[in-house]
Design a protein around this ligand. Structure first.
Ligand code: AMP
Ligand code: MN
Ligand code: MN
Ligand code: MN
Length: 285
């Protein structure tokens, strides 16, 4: 089984449409794929329709990636098997989208004060109705020559503390976990080593994530060493959590693709251990 439980589409900051993403996943031999766009479930219906129409042998897991706040840090919580039609959940995600819009307006004001005017209309056009992310800002700033790469634009303008950075008003981490549970899903601590925390703080984060009812940690995400994977699995064991795996696919790069390098070793208890994993599950939305 090839399983990838973290990916993005055009509905947030990925570059493929939901239909293109599931087609690529099937082509790459992925058996189960979670689409986990930032604070939205808008891509799931189109993805499921494409799977059915093209009769792809791919099981779609309804997912989301919620931006949350913990100790003034931005922590991402992936929700798996959420009900994308749950009205309360949709309302809650709408508040995050509103926070994204307000943040974008403020980011544009700050950039304008720093001699980069008129960013908001360009970013809105790029996003074309998708969740508004810093990635959209980054793409625009690269396209007008403000930085040479996506990474540099975050280093120079959009990363924490930089001139275009606006502290956020995301839902608290414990509440995001509750949102996911209320929508029938399981909560996964996404890419724990991407937050630039010391080992001590990663441990504290895992502990509080578990205490708040979290279910799994992403043990496998891109650019992690085998030692790091083992350390993350040790944290799962310590707190009785299961392990998840995800490429965090946004677009094809030399080092990342959908379903790439996601192998879990046999001693690890995966988050999907209790799931009905079979293609026919696609029939039930
Ligand atoms: P947001 O959720 O709007 O704050 O945007 C965060 C997104 O920006 C992440 O999901 C990544 O896709 C992207 N991102 C963050 N840091 C970088 C970076 N250094 N280079 C490229 N993309 C990044
Ligand atoms: Mn992203
Ligand atoms: Mn993330
Ligand atoms: Mn992601």
């Amino acid at each position: 089984m090839k399983i990838d439980l973290h990916s993005h589409t055009l509905c947030s900051d990925g570059v493929l449409s939901p239909a293109e993403l599931v087609a690529r996943a099937a082509e790459k031999g992925v058996d189960a794929l979670a689409i986990t766009d930032h604070d939205t479930v808008a891509g799931l219906a189109a993805a499921r329709q494409a799977i059915n129409e093209q009769q792809l042998s791919l099981q779609l897991i309804n997912g989301v990636e919620i931006s949350s706040s913990w100790q003034q840090l931005e922590i991402h919580i992936v929700g798996l098997n959420v009900n994308p039609q749950c009205p309360v959940f949709l309302q809650r995600l709408a508040t995050q989208q509103q926070a994204r819009l307000e943040r974008a307006e403020e980011m544009a004001r700050r950039l304008a004060k720093n001699q980069i005017p008129d960013v908001l209309p360009a970013v809105l056009e790029l996003a074309n109705g998708a969740a508004l992310t810093r990635t959209h800002f980054a793409r625009h700033l690269v396209s007008i020559g403000k930085a040479s790469s996506m990474n540099n634009v975050f280093k120079k303008y959009l990363g924490r503390g930089k001139i275009g950075y606006v502290p956020n008003n995301w839902v608290e981490m414990a509440e995001a976990i509750q949102w996911i549970h209320d929508a029938g899903g399981e909560a996964v601590l996404a890419h724990p080593l991407k937050y630039k925390l010391t080992t001590k703080w990663v441990k504290r984060l895992a502990e509080q994530f578990a205490a708040a009812g979290g279910d799994a940690i992403e043990v496998i995400s891109p650019q992690q060493t085998p030692v790091q994977k083992r350390e993350l699995w040790a944290l799962c064991q310590l707190h009785n959590l299961t392990a998840s795996v995800g490429s965090d696919f946004h677009q094809v790069t030399t080092w990342n693709d959908i379903g790439k390098n996601l192998y879990l070793t046999d001693d690890v208890l995966p988050v999907w251990a209790s799931w009905p994993l079979h293609a026919s599950a696609n029939a039930a939305v």
